[in-house]
Design a protein around this ligand. Structure first.
Ligand code: PEP
Ligand code: MG
Length: 330
């Protein structure tokens, strides 16, 4: 088994009918990059930078400390692309040392609907620019992509690009080098999936955060055991939002990826391939299993497979002529 998996590591993920698929790794700390390479990832599709900020009681990482951490990943990945997500602090990932601003929200009744991710970053402008500068500086050493979590509002899109422009200006003024950074948006709030065209106008790429997309589409707190049985990735409304995002991105020639748990779940591989997805990002331990699924898939036969995707759920099937994914009663 080990020998087979090692062989698989060097095998490109190509379907039986020759469709190339990119398998990226999700990482949480720079030390995880080794496992990503070991698993044969073609890059880091999601570096959850908030883990640098968590479990810190006295201080938060400053610009230089962040820069070192990002460079460590870029170097470890030996020239492969590294997608760094700006902090997704709040909700299930609280800070130990809370900022004055966040303290005011400490008792949020619904933290998942509260000040988290890009909302938190935009409420802490100097910390946000500090992180952007660190990421930009790391881009002078390799292929860095910047990914922004939980965007939903036009004002947040504008706020993000304003902050980025200021961070670049500050670096230029202080004579610091930075490279070309592609900027991507996480699509993980239904509003973003529904206004996907605006996101495709503004961003170089999009990445579907299915964990949060499920949470927000179904109004199920992903951390609440009492409703865990209703957290259903197969819900037709979720599949519809995923499918329409992938379709819209492909129609515009923009890169689209899934970096939520769905991407690393082998029971979803053929569904996502059928929707047109060709880029997946997952925990390194899932890469071999997903690759095996891809190697035995013929995408030309997928509409048949989709009909039987799950016997106890409403069947969904891609509509012809570029339509959506429709739910039909069993
Ligand atoms: C997601 O929401 O699917 C995602 C990838 O981000 P996180 O799990 O870190 O919220
Ligand atoms: Mg998320």
């Amino acid at each position: 088994e080990r020998v087979r998996l090692t062989r698989l590591r060097h095998t490109p993920a190509v379907t039986l009918d020759g469709e190339r698929v990119e398998l990226f790794a999700n990482i949480e700390l720079p030390g995880d990059a080794a496992a990503a390479l070991e698993a044969g990832a073609v890059g880091v599709g999601l570096f959850r930078s908030e883990f640098l900020f968590m479990n810190r009681t006295d201080d938060l990482p400053g610009e230089d400390e962040q820069y070192q951490a990002y460079c460590a990943v870029v170097d470890a990945m030996k020239g492969l692309p590294v997608t760094i997500r700006t902090v997704d602090i709040g909700a299930d990932k609280p800070l130990d040392r809370m900022s004055a601003h966040e303290l005011r929200h400490e008792h949020a009744l619904n933290p998942a609907l509260g000040l988290r991710a890009i909302r938190w970053s935009l409420s802490e402008p100097s910390m946000f620019r500090q992180q952007l500068r660190a990421i930009l500086r790391a881009s002078a050493h390799g292929q860095v992509r910047l990914l922004v979590p939980m965007l939903a509002h036009e004002s947040e899109i504008r706020g993000t690009f304003d902050a980025l422009a200021r961070a670049k200006q500050q670096l230029t003024e202080s004579g610091r080098a930075f490279g070309d950074v592609q900027v991507g948006a996480m699509i993980e709030v239904p509003a973003a999936a529904l206004m996907i065209d605006r996101f495709l106008d503004a961003f170089d790429f999009v990445s579907l955060g299915t964990n949060d997309l499920i949470q927000y589409t179904l109004a199920i707190d992903r951390a609440d055991e009492a409703v865990a049985h209703l957290y259903d990735p197969w819900h037709p409304a979720v599949l519809e939002l995923v499918a329409r995002t992938i379709r819209a991105a492909r129609a515009r020639g923009r890169a689209v990826s899934v970096c939520g748990e769905m991407a690393g779940d082998p029971s979803f591989t053929s569904v996502l391939l059928a929707m047109g997805l060709r880029s997946f990002s997952m925990h390194p331990s899932q890469i071999a299993a997903i690759k095996q699924q891809i190697l035995r898939t013929d995408t030309r036969r997928l509409s048949d497979l989709l009909l039987g995707a799950r016997s106890d759920a409403p069947t969904f099937t891609p509509l012809r002529n570029g339509g959506g994914v429709a739910a039909t009663p069993p």
